[in-house]
Unconditional design. Sequence first.
Length: 244
Amino acid sequence: MSSNAIATFVVDDEPLARKRLLHLLRGDPDIRVVGTFDSATAAATHARELTPQLLLLDIRMPELDGFELVAALAGQGINPYIIFVTAHSDRSMDAFGVGAVDYLLKPFDDERFTRAIERAKRLIASGRPPASLASSRTRLLLSERGKVVVLAMRDIEFVQAAAKHVKIYAAGRCYCFRQTLGELESRLDPASFVRVHRSTLVNVEHLAEMHPMFHGDYELILRRGTRLTLSRRYRDRLTPFMLE
């Protein structure tokens, strides 16, 4: 096996499915299986330590599903190449929406599997980042109530902290996710998003007006008419955007 072999996770809750995938991968010197898991939760726990470059991933599993795993890894800054391996045909558009290399429907033959692996190997060898990472400044991938939500960064108007959750307001809708404002801020494009209050981030592309208030605070009015407060403490963070 090459020292440059691709670190790979196999994640499937069915023992026979995992066994077959491992059998198909065993003879490939370019692949190094560093983790085999029967749940997405276990894979997420070990991902930071084992840093997979490629995931062979089922979709419907107990606890976290495959898409929720992809979202969880993205939240940790881990963006491997992904080949979904599933018996369900109804999520293929979602799969390519999160930048999957391929979508294998069970049962598949050895030749079909080989084509998927070869495609992943070519992409990795090219040095091109995974599609999910390449688009990380244009899309935000998050898990909500058993499904994955993909939001265009340009559609996000503002974000507010709410206890242990954040509320993301985008294209006239509100999405609630269990994470901190700081965690989410690290995933947003700093060229567009600025903190205007300890509990609020704003996409400057959606700012329409600013009005001075008392004690150095400002009222911000967004294009949809939403009114927010720019705290005096955070006023300097917004200044560079207003000078462009």
